[in-house]
Design a binder for this molecule. Structure first.
Ligand code: ZN
Length: 108
């Protein structure tokens, strides 16, 4: 029998809310990237810098979405709250900050 981990019910609503928020935001980013370029050259240069910021935000967001989906799968499998590396329970203090954390502080 495993040592008790945190109660996933405390984290699942947060994970789902965060996932919905990220998906919503990424959708907005895609629309911004598809927008018509500005005909004025100097403004276009500024927009290009903006696009790079949007793209890096997008990559971080996609990565976070992946980690949240994996955390939700672990909830389904009854593995949530256990380190995927060493199997020890992840302390609530860590999950309170990063609910989708897959590893304990030692293995991270
Ligand atoms: Zn670990």
């Amino acid at each position: 029998m495993k040592t008790a981990a945190v109660d996933p019910a405390l984290y699942e609503p947060r994970l789902r809310a965060r996932l919905a928020e990220l998906e919503h935001r990424l959708h907005g980013i895609e629309h911004a990237l598809e927008a018509e370029p500005n005909p004025d050259f100097s403004e276009r240069a500024t927009e290009r810098e903006g696009d790079e910021v949007l793209e890096s935000l997008g990559a971080a967001g996609v990565q976070e979405i992946r980690m949240i989906r994996a955390a939700l799968e672990r909830i389904d499998e009854g593995e949530f709250g256990y380190c995927v590396n060493c199997g020890n329970p992840i302390p609530a203090a860590r999950l309170d900050i990063v609910p989708h954390a897959p590893r304990c502080a030692k293995c991270a």
